[in-house]
Ligand binder design. Structure first.
Ligand SMILES: [Zn+2]
Length: 138
């Protein structure tokens, strides 16, 4: 499970992303609060880094790029996920994937971006700034 927290520009964002073993893969369940009101679709990915620490220039720089067990193009990265749909800042999300097991995801990071994923642009879907992050812990 990852406890999500907002970037310095979005400290109000919080929530959880949980991973359940299911049918040889993972059921991913996310619940987020106080997402920004600029729009209602947000990209969410699992990134390869283990930490949400940041630099002055780049929120959550240490989360790294999209997690991939094997080299792949976006959106075929292991950590690529469908979009998060916000309802006045609240989002509840669930998806099943066989790209990874919960055990494989431990130690990676979940990142929510400011914009939607276009599922086309390399290497990360042109999803904009990183607005929330959480490390996946066992
Ligand atoms: Zn990707």
């Amino acid at each position: 499970m990852a406890m999500m927290h907002g970037s310095p520009q979005h400290p109000e964002i919080h929530g959880t992303v949980s991973f359940y073993r299911a049918c040889g893969g993972s059921l991913v369940v996310a619940e987020l609060y106080q997402l920004p009101s600029a729009h209602d679709i947000f990209a969410m990915h699992i990134h390869s880094g283990a930490s949400c620490t940041e630099t002055a220039q780049d929120a959550f720089a240490d989360a790294g790029g999209h997690w991939e067990l094997q080299p792949a193009e976006h959106p075929q990265h292991t950590g690529d996920l469908p979009a998060l749909l916000s309802n006045d800042g609240y989002a509840w999300f669930a998806v099943y994937t066989n790209r990874f097991s919960p055990a494989q995801a431990v130690g990676k990071t979940v990142i929510i971006h400011a914009d939607p994923d276009d599922y086309r642009t390399q290497p990360a879907g042109n999803a904009g700034a990183r607005i929330a992050c959480g490390t996946i812990l066992a």
